[in-house]
Design a protein around this ligand. Sequence first.
Ligand code: 3PG
Length: 400
Amino acid sequence: KSVADLGSLAGKRVLVRSDLNVPLDGTTITDDGRIRASVPTIEALSEAGARVVVCAHLGRPKGAPEDRYSLAPVATRLGELLGAPVTFATDTVGESAEAAVAAMSDGDVVLLENLRFNPGETSKDEAERGAFADELAALADAFVSDGFGVVHRKQASVYDVATRLPAAVGGLVSTEVDVLRRLTVEPDRPYAVVLGGAKVSDKLGVIANLLRTADRLLIGGGMVFTFLKAQGHEVGRSLLESDQVDTVRGYLDEAKERGVEIVLPVDIVAATEFSADADHEVVAADAIPAGRIGVDIGPASGALFAERLADCRTVFWNGPMGAFEMAPYAEGTRAVAQALVDVTARGALTVVGGGDSAAAVRQLGFADDRFGHISTGGGASLEYLEGKQLPGLTVLDEQG
Ligand code: 3PG
């Protein structure tokens, strides 16, 4: 069901699950992309006369309040972006939330405090989760699921609450799903996937599936050292998941059998320490000195990746190529971002998936509109591409 299927919303209390999990430096929001992406749904509901009760999580608190995970700064930013006041409830389902909702007029927006300050939100115990979902549902007459970044989580505000209220899918979630579907159902070819980020163990499922759907896999980031090791190279003191080397070797063999091209870096920026001011040099990927740590793909690899992306019609990218948050090690990530921008300009569908990659491209100064789509979901987009059932989506299908 879409929001339109919920009928007239004027005067109704609508609970919206958004993903407002933004990076913070103290109380300063360093990338407000997820808040911006959440605004259109909230705005449309408010304009339709609904009383919009927004709920979201921030970080991973352990079921109890922690100041550093308060959504208070997000409420301020949301109000700025909406150009209208947002009332912040200092709890999620307690007195403050009830009072804030009771005081609402049509069109008003309330943001509840971090859902994960309540143990029921993420509990594995269905009864505990259900009890919290009952409390959330009591604050509203209808539910809109708009937090794409959390649809892979079976949590009270994503899953259980949708069984307790008339529920609809929000515009952000349906846009994200439409785009990702184009990557899985007959993508325009060549279809390349660029994977980076720290750990290969986080990406095993998606790699296995991409070997069946993609034409090229380009690997960078911390996870590349496990690939280089699987090819028999030494990686110095670089990040290495020794227990995954055999699995990765299996992927390399399978790729060969299936005719999927695996593109690995040919050079690496190797530093003496994992810090921005450490001594660093570019070395061949098969000759990383014993004491050195790989911190980025090198310039020849950036050029190689750009060349292998240039003729693609579809590109998905998840995970930075190096430690981009340290300026000297951002060039590999910049090269891939530029390659995506170039291929987008030539008409390819490009999708940047994930909080880190989205934050990286923005931090490097690339505007969102130079890519086909910047997904708000990291884990969620990977699990979608992995072909998994996502609880936050299946529950809506079951209700519809
Ligand atoms: C994300 O950052 O990917 C989403 O907000 C989900 O957060 P989580 O991984 O803590 O559930």
